[in-house]
Ligand binder design. Structure first.
Ligand code: ADP
Ligand code: ADP
Ligand code: ZN
Ligand code: ZN
Length: 867
């Protein structure tokens, strides 16, 4: 084989790769397959992409060399024929802050330009710079809400939830409790207010003053006797409930305090900009009769419709110019019309690509934190199509994530177009429909971690049929599934065990009935969710599946079971305190206030005792959180070390072995093992600590060994390895066993949370849940649990989920994998389309009912899976 047209990799040893040699064609759609942990990403991202990146930096930015040196070059002997690469990954966290669909795609820039240059201005108004149309700039942001669109307010209802109480009884619930609360009541009495009359009987002006005044009168208080104790007179300062709540909310450093007062706040659209986030001057400018905020709030496909007339007018005029053959004709159109036509055409053509990728239901103002990883990756993919790059390798991580099988075709079209433009596509993928359509397959395996790391096959797809060791082969070729079943410990045959056909469809024990569900694109939906069975919610992207399951169902059941939605894990000792708080804040900020959101009637909630959500959100955002800390395993490990003779002799307790505690950790990296490196073009990257080289501990701590291993050695062990090493430590063995059952035996205990994929994070959460003793009836909610999973991994996961149902619980999943849907007891199919064209139930019933229903995008695919 000649070098021509191939990327040649020799001796790749990154992570678990075992000196892999492989030749991969350029200008082709190449898929990388293999079970989770087999080494696909280590080859595609860790070797090929990393090497391309390293070369790029060396060529353009000599100053970056030092940084590259720190990050480390991939462990590979030689790579030849490698073009520059662009990675579209899901793994690293999404951009946060104020980024939106519009900013990621740069559609916002064009829209602002359109308004600045071609908008209709009020008579006599000055033309505005395009910055003035951005809520993220000082020039554009509404002065009242600083461009956020919402303001936090207090109302009488929010501050006094029960007006039948007296002030002494705590009518003003928002006031602090205990001593400070009593002070305020005493001051109130001294000021002459009746604190023993029900709140609702107090005159309105008194109520208003007590709740809302900005005055802070100082009075001499002779404390009212409470509980028989007498106090001395003192000078007390009055503070209204509003003042107390708003100040605490804005100034407190305590997350708990903030959360407490947040309950008394209502967020509402900013009264000045009406939630539109911009200054009045900018909002006065219109295009086709609407302001820029209104256009940014439209689903993209509607925005394209609105812009199309301007774009086409431009086309017509251009055609006229061309046939007139003179420069003069253009002069008859105004400058604005020309600009409008150019910008509108550009916007329309870019939106068309997004619509093709099934994203036309998104609006430009949609904050990126509310997007799924799959949606975000496809947004970036579409943006690349316009970049006009050629001769590059695009390295993608499961672009089919979040896509209904009906949308996969469009994805292939886009990939084909990138290829036709002269690019190579290296895609880590699990969706066999997509894998079948590739030009070339690189199958890595046979197992995970140290049991993987070999290239089993590299060549055109049909050739894989002859590779017996491949786990992929069994799912890719009809008939091969049975051949392979006998000769391996666990994979193939088990898939059918979770199939409803093999097991028999379970009968629902009871029903949870919701009616009048209104949220996002769900408008007055009625839905019955069976309990005691496995339910799959299906539908094209944007049809409302996540809204129904992860928002509505989660919240209403959480409400009823008291308090927050439980997230498994969150490991005791080493948890990093503030993270949960910030995540909630993000959710708060990104969820628009929708006054109509809600559920009119909910029946059957009493049957559920507990709610558990197992999502793909990262289990932590810094390398400080890891597998061991999250699952609580690390507590058991630290106790083992603290119990050794040497540790006892030196007086080291379990805390000493925490890298979050000063005494035991490496002072240079403060126990992180890594140091954050800011690279210009990369999201935050971490380089190993120069002192402890990633060990995280100081030398004294590392002098303590257990069975010859230091605590840092244990963190380096895989789950499989640790299960053997700690087999006789019950507190550790239980958790390790659960992790192995969900197929994560290949992960290292100290694997930083930042290196885990969403699918891995989700299975870690599930494992934490499996190791618990469960009480009562639990409802488990999962959003696309198969993302990132090879079909063989999916089988393992499904076995565990069906086990929960067999134990008497209920499982509801949002899912696109038809093998999983076919194995469910009940299916709710939403649609028919995305966004405002979805939000209805197209069909529901057993998988067979839905498959043979005449309607819905899911039916044909489900039929194929059932046959
Ligand atoms: P796949 O993409 O096939 O799921 P990966 O390439 O992500 O597999 O992982 C292959 C092996 O390398 C696994 O054992 C994994 O735990 C290990 N690994 C992954 N990332 C890292 C890392 N940053 N450092 C060390 N080991 C890693
Ligand atoms: P699916 O899960 O079926 O892909 P979603 O429930 O995510 O669909 O979305 C359904 C509709 O609700 C879409 O029109 C989407 O744009 C909208 N939507 C989802 N989340 C939000 C949000 N946080 N803010 C505004 N609109 C949202
Ligand atoms: Zn405002
Ligand atoms: Zn260090």
């Amino acid at each position: 084989m000649s070098d021509e047209g191939y990327v040649r990799v020799r001796g790749a040893r990154e992570h678990n790769l075992r000196g892999a040699d492989v030749d991969i064609p350029r200008d082709a759609l190449v898929v990388f397959t293999g079970v989770s942990g087999s080494g696909k990403s280590s080859l595609a991202f860790g070797t090929l992409y990393a090497e391309a990146q390293r070369r790029y930096f060396e060529s353009v930015a000599p100053y970056a060399r030092r940084l590259i040196h720190q990050v480390g070059a991939p462990r590979v002997e030689e790579v030849t024929g490698l073009p520059p690469a662009v990675a579209l990954e899901q793994r690293r966290s999404a951009p946060t802050g104020r980024s939106s669909v519009g900013t990621v795609t740069t559609l916002s820039n064009s829209l602002r330009m359109l308004f600045s240059r071609a908008g209709s201005y009020p008579e006599g108004a000055e033309r505005l710079d395009s910055d003035a149309f951005s809520p993220n700039t000082a020039a554009g942001a509404c002065r009242e809400c600083h461009g956020l669109g919402t303001v936090h307010r207090v109302t009488e209802e929010s501050l006094v939830p029960d007006p039948s109480l007296t002030i002494r009884e705590g009518a003003i619930a928002a006031w602090p409790g205990a001593w400070l609360g009593k002070n305020l009541r005493d001051i109130t009495a001294t000021l002459g207010y009746d604190i023993d009359r029900p709140w609702r009987e107090l005159p309105q002006d008194a109520r208003d003053w007590l709740l809302f005044t900005d005055e802070q009168p100082v009075v001499t208080v002779h404390p009212v006797r409470e509980a028989g104790r007498i106090q001395r007179p003192y000078q007390g300062t009055y503070q209204s409930a509003k003042r107390y709540v708003l100040h605490t909310f804005a100034d407190t450093k305590s997350a708990t305090m903030r959360q407490r007062v947040q309950r008394y706040l209502v967020s509402a659209d900013c009264p000045v900009c009406g939630g539109r986030r911009l200054r009045p001057e900018a909002l006065a400018v219109t295009f086709e009769g609407q302001d820029i905020a209104a256009l940014a709030a439209l689903p993209l496909e509607r925005l394209a419709e609105l812009l199309r007339p301007s774009a086409e007018a431009g086309d017509a005029a251009d055609a006229a110019d061309a046939s007139a053959g003179s420069a003069g004709a253009a002069g008859e159109r105004s400058v604005e019309e020309n600009v409008a036509a150019t910008l509108a055409r550009d916007l329309v053509s870019r939106i068309e690509v997004l619509t093709e990728l099934g994203l036309g239901y998104l609006s430009a103002d949609r904050p990126t934190p509310t997007l799924s990883a799959g949606e975000l990756q496809r947004l970036r993919l579409a943006t690349q199509l316009r970049s006009g790059l050629f001769g590059v390798v695009y390295v993608l991580d499961e672009p089919s994530a979040g896509l209904h099988p009906a949308d996969t075709e469009a994805l292939l079209t886009v990939l084909d177009r990138l290829k036709a433009a002269g690019n190579s596509l290296f895609v880590v993928e699990h969706d066999m429909a997509l894998v079948r359509r590739a030009d070339w397959i690189v199958d890595v395996g046979p197992g995970a971690g140290e049991h993987g790391g070999e290239v089993l096959y590299s060549g055109p797809v049909p050739g894989l049929a002859g590779t017996e060791a491949s786990a992929t082969r069994r799912y890719l070729f009809d008939g091969a599934e049975n051949d392979g079943a006998g000769d391996d410990e666990g994979g193939a045959g088990d898939g059918s065990a979770t199939r409803a056909a093999a097991r028999g469809v379970r009968e629902p024990a009871r029903w949870l009935s919701l009616s009048g569900v209104t949220r996002h694109n769900l408008r007055g939906l009625d839905v019955d969710v069976p309990l005691g069975v496995f339910t799959a919610v299906t539908g094209v992207s944007g049809s409302g599946k996540s809204t129904l399951v992860s928002k509505v169902l989660a919240e209403i059941v959480a409400d009823r079971t008291g308090g927050a939605v439980e997230q498994p894990g969150g490991g005791a000792g080493d948890a990093v305190g503030s993270e949960d708080g910030t995540e909630e804040d993000d959710a708060q900020r990104t969820e628009r206030t929708d006054p109509e959101a809600g559920v009119a009637v909910a029946k059957g909630l009493e049957a559920i005792d507990r709610l558990v959500r197992v999502d793909q959100k990262p289990i932590g955002r810094t390398p400080r959180s890891n597998l061991a800390t999250y699952t609580g395993l690390f507590d058991a490990v630290r106790k083992v070390f603290a119990a050794t003779d040497e540790a006892r002799a030196r007086g080291y307790n379990a805390g000493r072995f925490s890298f979050n505690v000063t005494s035991g950790r490496c002072p240079t990296c403060q126990g992180e093992g890594y140091i954050a490196v800011e690279l210009l073009f990369l999201p935050g990257t971490y380089a190993p600590c120069t002192d402890c080289h990633g060990a995280r501990y100081n030398p004294e701590t590392l002098e303590i060994t257990y069975r010859g291993a230091t605590i840092a050695d244990v963190l380096e062990m895989t789950v499989d390895g640790a299960a053997e090493f700690l087999a006789d430590v019950p507190a550790a063995a239980r958790g390790l066993g659960a992790l192995r059952r969900v197929g994560l035996g290949y992960l290292r205990l100290g694997q930083p949370a930042t290196e885990l994929s969403g699918g891995e994070a989700q299975r870690i959460k599930l494992a934490s849940e499996l190791q618990r003793v469960r009480r009562g009836h639990t409802l488990y909610l999962l959003d696309e649990p198969t993302t990132g999973l090879h079909p063989a991994d999916t089988d393992v996961l499904m076995r565990e989920l069906h086990g929960l149902v067999d134990a008497g619980h209920s499982v509801v999943v949002v899912e696109h994998d038809m093998a999983v849907v076919a194995g469910a007891d009940w299916v709710v199919d939403l649609g028919p389309g995305g966004g405002e064209r979805g939000g209805r139930i197209v069909a529901s019933g057993t998988p067979a009912d839905v498959a043979y229903a005449a309607t819905g995008a899911t039916a044909p695919y489900l039929r194929a899976a059932l046959e």
